[in-house]
Design a protein. Structure first.
Length: 336
């Protein structure tokens, strides 16, 4: 991990929202591994099977410096109470209602969690003068060509989910301007790895491959993504916390290399030893055809770069999936 030295005189805890989530678990583990005290916060909602979230939390609870508080971001009193009592030196805000396609089915849950929930976190940060690193998304860039840079305008989100993430960035910038609370946003690009969410393409493909079912390839598998190994995101989140200043800024956390969905599926099929049976489908509304991260700013200012090639990362993911096949195939088939 980047910048992993803990100052002995500073042992205040770090509050991580979304601790039971995929990215949250890795960020918490990395913080705990370097000796930090971590307070995890999560609602453990049923959007993805709670059994997976429970497994992630079990890993974190093995650390003596980890404590967990269950609650919802929508409760302003709950999040403010935790910050008031625990006095964290920083908040890493990762909790959110995830999923592009589901945002068109239940838009209210995205406004409640991603906008109002984030507002509650930022308000608690204002009251107790706590700096914040928060999760955004590559989806804020919308549909475009070329490489995505933080300096690009991001004013045409293609989904309600993306709109809530852009709104969060605007609110964060405003809180920084009005109240001087240090704020850093992280735009994640198609993050993958062991323990990933069950609604993400790589997980869904692995599940369907091992069940011998058809693989749906939207946009005929021609969409291209910056598939980003979880290690870069954990590195970046912690480096962003370590380097918080007085301003507001955003960073891309994504691999600059892009691959078509068909290429990802081919690597995954070979790693699992299964021949895929594909079903070509049209482009889905809300999905963008391309994401391509520029990692130059994160490299220069945070000192983090993508270090796991996609082929290697898929081999690691496939090995984890096969090792935990019985459990993973028992999970509820949600949002597929």
């Amino acid at each position: 991990m980047a910048r992993n030295t803990v100052k002995k005189q500073n042992k205040k805890p770090i509050l991580v929202t979304g601790a039971a989530g995929f990215i949250g678990m890795y960020v918490c583990e990395a913080l705990l591994a370097r000796g930090e005290k971590v307070i995890g916060f999560d609602a453990v909602t049923p959007y993805n099977d709670p059994k997976l979230k429970t497994k992630r939390l079990a890993r974190l609870k093995e650390y003596k410096n980890f404590s967990f508080k269950k609650g919802r971001l929508e409760s302003k009193k709950t999040i403010a109470g935790i910050v008031a009592k625990e006095k964290p030196r920083a908040i890493i805000h990762l909790a959110a209602q995830a999923g592009v396609r589901y945002s068109h089915e239940d838009p209210q849950s995205y406004i409640d969690s991603n906008v109002m929930g984030s507002l509650n976190v930022f308000e608690a940060a204002r009251l107790y003068k706590t700096p914040v690193v928060y999760a955004s998304s590559s989806s804020v860039y919308g549909e475009r060509e070329g490489i995505f840079r933080e300096s690009d305008k991001a004013e045409s989100p293609a989904s309600l989910y993306a709109a809530t993430k852009k709104t969060t960035e605007i609110i964060a910038a405003t809180y920084n301007s009005l109240y001087g609370i240090p704020m850093t946003g992280l735009r994640f690009f198609t993050v993958y790895g062991p323990w990933m969410r069950t609604d993400l393409a790589m997980y869904k493909f692995a599940r369907l491959l091992l069940l011998g079912k058809k693989i749906p390839l939207f946009a005929n598998g021609k969409g291209r993504r910056s598939y980003t190994h979880i290690s870069l995101v954990a590195d970046g989140a912690i480096a962003a916390m370590d380097t918080l200043t007085s301003g507001h800024t955003v960073y891309n956390l994504g691999d600059e290399r892009t691959f078509e969905t068909t290429a990802m599926l081919d690597m995954l099929s070979k790693a699992l030893g299964v021949v895929p049976n594909v079903q070509m489908l049209p482009h889905q509304k809300g999905d963008v055809m391309l994401t391509r991260a520029s990692g130059a700013k994160a490299k220069k200012e945070l000192g983090v770069v993508a270090r796991v090639p996609l082929a290697q990362g898929i081999e690691e993911f496939a090995a984890w999936f096969k090792e935990n096949k019985k459990f993973l195939l028992s999970l509820s088939d949600m949002h597929n």
